[in-house]
Design a protein around this ligand. Sequence first.
Ligand SMILES: [Zn+2]
Length: 331
Amino acid sequence: MAKETRDRPVVGIDLGGTKILAGVVDAKGKIIGLAKRATKPEDGVEAVVERMAKTVREAVSNAELSSGDIAAVCSCAPGTIDAERGVVRFAPNLHNWENVPLAKLLGDNLGLPAFVENDVNLGTLGEYVLGAGQGIDNVVGIFVGTGIGGGLILDGKLWGGWRGGAGEVGHTVVLAEGPVCGCGSRGCVEALASRTAIERDIWAGIKAGRPSLIPEIMQRDKRQRLTSGALAEAFEKGDPLVREVIGRAQFYIGVLVGNLVNIVDPQMVIIGGGVAEALGEKYVEPIRPVAYQYFINKRGSGDVQIVSAKLGDNAALLGAAVHARRQLGAG
Ligand SMILES: [Zn+2]
C-alpha cells in the first residue's frame, strides 16, 4: 500500500431511512467536511444513489477538497448486507430494497472504490477504533433505537458471521412469551427495551390515567413523535411513569448484556443509541448490576466494562470511514 493512499482522506456515509449523512474523514479519524440530505427512499434506488453521490460531493467540497483527493467511500445501510459483494440484501427501512449492488452503483457514480456494511456493525467498529472502545480488542456494541442492533469486534476484527448476519442482539429472547416483536417472535429484547417499546409502554400508562410530563413536553416542543430528548428530560425531572418504563427497559438490557458476555466474553460492552446517549451514565449504571448477576463467570466481573457510546450520531459514519481504510489495507 502506497503511503499516499494511507494518508488520503476517505468518505464515510450513514445511509438511513430518513437521512443521508456523508463525512470526509482524514487519516487521523477526524471529520473535516460534512453534508446531509433527505433519503426519500420512496423515490427508488437510482434516485437515492444519486442523492448519496451528491451528498458525498458536497461533503468533499465542504472539506475544500476535490474527488481526486479521496481514497475511497464506504456507506452503511440498515438491513442485511453482503459486505463482501457490496450488496444490500434486504433493507425494510429503505422501502424494501432487495439485492441492491450499492457499492458498485456508488463506486461507478463517484469513480471511487466503494464499500458497504451494516450500520450497527459500522457503529461498533467506529466506537472500537475512535470512540469508547479504543485499545480494547474484544468489544460488543449494542445500539438501542427504534429497534435494537449490535456488532461484535473479536480480536480487533469486525465479526460478520458465516452469512453476514452476526450481531442481531435485538432478537435475543429475554422474556419467553413476552410482547410480540417486529420479527414475529415474542419476548425479544427489542420488544421490551427499544425506544418503540418504551413509547408503547408510556402511552399505555398515560392512557390508563397515570400522570406524566410527556404530553406537556411534547406540546411545548410541538412534536408529534416522542423523541429521546423528551424521554431524557422527563426522566431527569423524575417523571415516575417514564422512570418505571425506562427502568424496566434497562433491566432487560442488563439481561441481554449478561447473555452476550456469557457467549462472547468481551472486555467491554458499549451501549449507544438515542435514549442511552441522552441519559449517559444514568442509562448504563442500573444495567451493570443486572448484567453482573447473570454472568456465569463471576471472576473479575467488574473488569468487564459496560459503558455508553461516545461518538453519538457520527458513530456509523466514522465506522464507515474506518472500514473503507481497512478494506484498502490502510487501516
Ligand atoms: Zn424479534
